[in-house]
Design a protein around this ligand. Structure first.
Ligand SMILES: CC(C)c1ccc(C(=O)O)c(O)c1O
Ligand SMILES: [Fe+2]
Length: 287
């Protein structure tokens, strides 16, 4: 089985690179790490980059996960091939573009573009955001699925993810102690549905709520609290209809907890999304 060390970056195509980068810095609070050849690399923590906007099709989304060793990357290629999933090693030039030593790419069963990277660069610098949003790092993605149960099985049996909880058919999957790094969310097309950054405290969530409202950035859900991870959240709309989420206080499931932890099934009702009573203005989350 493949072992995913952590979620690493998301790459998003955009028809208006300047506008997307302006949003990512001025609104979201990320830091530009590098601009090159119609591609902009953004940081949210001490890693080299965790988000890339490139000039291209807004439906072109890739999510990447880090593996620990070169051997594990080779083995992953084989494991995927053995399971009938076509996986391809990136070229040296493509690996350089990803600021990593090596990587492979494949599509999951819903057609989501996934990359596994080995030895992605560290920055050696503290993250210094463009505004004081309180971001502590890129933490998880909502990934669209055309068949929740099928894709849950794909991620758990091949890629070593574990189900922390489900809301209806939507599985919240962990790959380390953090409650989830992937939220598989039912949809009629593939792609990244939302991108989560953790912020330091509830003060940052609430501060963002007022700042974003003042700037007429559409708030799509929250402020609220997820009964699943326990995190307090705010979802808002970004370029090309991407949803961004800030949250704080996500639950950890440690090795000790794992001895007794069992995934919980929450029904597909509003209170499973928010225990404070917020109602989502996000089509995929409407019950
Ligand atoms: C509504 C989405 C899929 C969702 C649900 C629960 C959590 C959480 O428990 O933190 C999320 O982060 C979500 O994005
Ligand atoms: Fe989320």
């Amino acid at each position: 089985m493949i072992h995913l060390h952590d979620i690493r970056y998301v790459r998003l195509g955009t028809p208006d690179l300047d506008a997307s980068v302006k949003y990512a810095t001025d609104v979201l609070g990320l830091e530009v790490a590098e601009r090159s050849n119609k591609t902009v690399y953004l940081r949210s923590d001490s890693r080299d980059h965790t988000l890339v906007y490139f000039e291209g099709d807004a439906r072109d989304h890739t999510a990447a996960f880090e593996v620990d060793t070169a051997r594990e990357l080779d083995d992953a290629l084989q494991t995927l091939e053995n399971a009938g999933v076509r996986a391809v090693r990136g070229t040296a030039e493509e690996a350089e573009q990803r600021h990593a030593r090596d990587f492979i790419r494949f599509n999951d069963l819903s057609g989501n573009r996934i990359e596994l990277v080995f030895a992605p660069h560290h920055s050696g610098r503290r993250f210094f955001g463009s505004r004081d949003a309180g971001i502590t790092g890129f933490s998880h993605i909502g990934l669209r699925t055309l068949d929740g149960r099928r894709d849950e099985a794909f991620w758990t049996t091949l890629l070593g993810a574990k189900v922390s909880d489900r809301i209806g058919e939507a599985a919240l999957l962990r790959i380390d102690d953090v409650h989830h790094k992937i939220a598989l969310f039912p949809s009629s097309f593939p792609g990244v549905q939302h991108i989560n950054h953790q912020v330091e405290s509830i003060d940052d969530v609430m501060r963002a709520y007022y700042i974003l409202r003042e700037r007429n950035i559409p708030i799509r859900f929250g402020p609220g609290r997820h009964p699943t991870s326990g995190a307090m959240f705010l979802y808002f709309e970004g370029p090309d209809s991407m949803i961004y989420e800030y949250s704080t206080g996500v639950r950890m499931i440690t090795e000790e907890d794992e001895k007794t932890y069992r995934p919980r099934d929450f029904p597909m009702v509003p209170s499973s999304f928010c225990m404070w009573g917020a109602r989502p203005d996000i089509p995929e989350f409407k019950t």
